[in-house]
Design a protein around this ligand. Structure first.
Ligand code: ADP
Ligand code: MG
Length: 257
């Protein structure tokens, strides 16, 4: 469903050049949930943004359903591929009602029967029809993220790119949203490419995952291996250790690996 072949993304000019993504290759099967883990700044979000066409690639190819994409994305791409961001506060227009936020993609794509579709998608994210007439600031963080998910779902995409979809939420709400995303994938057979710095989230949500470090893909592993700690690369093992309750200072001591 998704294939990256030696994808590279560069930011900045000569002096402050950052190789954010360095020749990453991976593939995601149809209906699979694939995770990207790694510490902050390792290039996870940039990979999603490159797939979504929000940043240009400097090299390599991105293919969806076997077709390589150019730098530009057309309307039909966004009917197939949608993205959910970490921050449900920033990603929803503050002056638009939920109804308008959810109707807009339908208008852009010339889809009729909008009210019924908005009601159905609200039900899918377990919010009642009364939410249509609220504004984002009248919602809790978890409810806002449900709206962001509903907006991604309303065009019935085949792929959803999820960038830390629960990191901005209270711990008690995180599990609810992750379970919702899991149910949606089962119901719709949609493919996920999910970024998280939390291996626990990836273990719960993903079939396989890639470990990223400084723009490079370190290894791809099955989530089933997380329980036994059977990861090939020492860096991945230490990331696993660190996620089991050690703090950031511990990761910093692994710098020379
Ligand atoms: P992650 O999501 O894993 O935390 P990012 O993909 O956001 O990491 O960032 C990877 C690297 O690219 C970091 O060094 C970051 O500072 C840099 N970077 C990301 N976006 C930009 C940008 N728009 N301009 C310049 N540098 C950027
Ligand atoms: Mg990020």
């Amino acid at each position: 469903m998704i294939e990256l072949n030696n994808l590279s993304v560069v930011f900045g000019e000569v002096d402050n050049r950052v190789l954010a993504v360095d020749q990453v290759s991976l593939h995601v099967e149809a209906g699979e949930s694939f995770g990207l883990v790694g510490e902050s700044g390792s290039g996870k979000s940039t990979i999603l943004r490159a797939v979504a066409g929000l940043v240009n690639s400097a090299g390599g190819t991105i293919s969806i359903e076997g077709k390589p994409l150019g730098q530009q994305r057309d309307k039909s791409f966004y009917a197939k591929v949608q993205m959910v961001f970490q921050d449900p506060f920033g990603s929803l227009h503050p002056k638009h009602t939920i109804d308008r936020i959810l109707t807009e993609p339908l208008v852009v794509h010339g889809i009729e029967d909008r009210e019924a579709k908005v009601r159905a998608v609200l039900e899918q994210v377990q919010l009642g029809p009364s939410f249509r007439f609220r504004y984002p600031h009248q919602l809790s963080g978890g409810q806002r993220q449900r709206i962001a998910i509903a907006r991604a779902l309303i065009l019935r995409p085949r792929i959803i790119l999820l960038d830390e979809p629960t990191s901005a939420l209270d711990v008690s709400i995180q599990a609810e949203i992750l379970n919702l995303l899991d149910d949606i994938r089962t119901e719709m057979g949609v493919t996920y490419l999910l970024v998280s710095h939390d291996l626990g989230v990836v273990a719960h949500m993903c079939n396989r995952f890639a470990v990223m470090r400084q723009g490079k893909l370190v290894e791809v592993a099955e989530s089933a291996n997380l329980g036994t700690g059977a990861l090939a690369h020492p860096y991945s093992r230490q990331l696993l250790l660190a996620s089991k309750g050690y703090d950031r200072a511990v990761i910093d001591t692994f710098a020379d690996l």
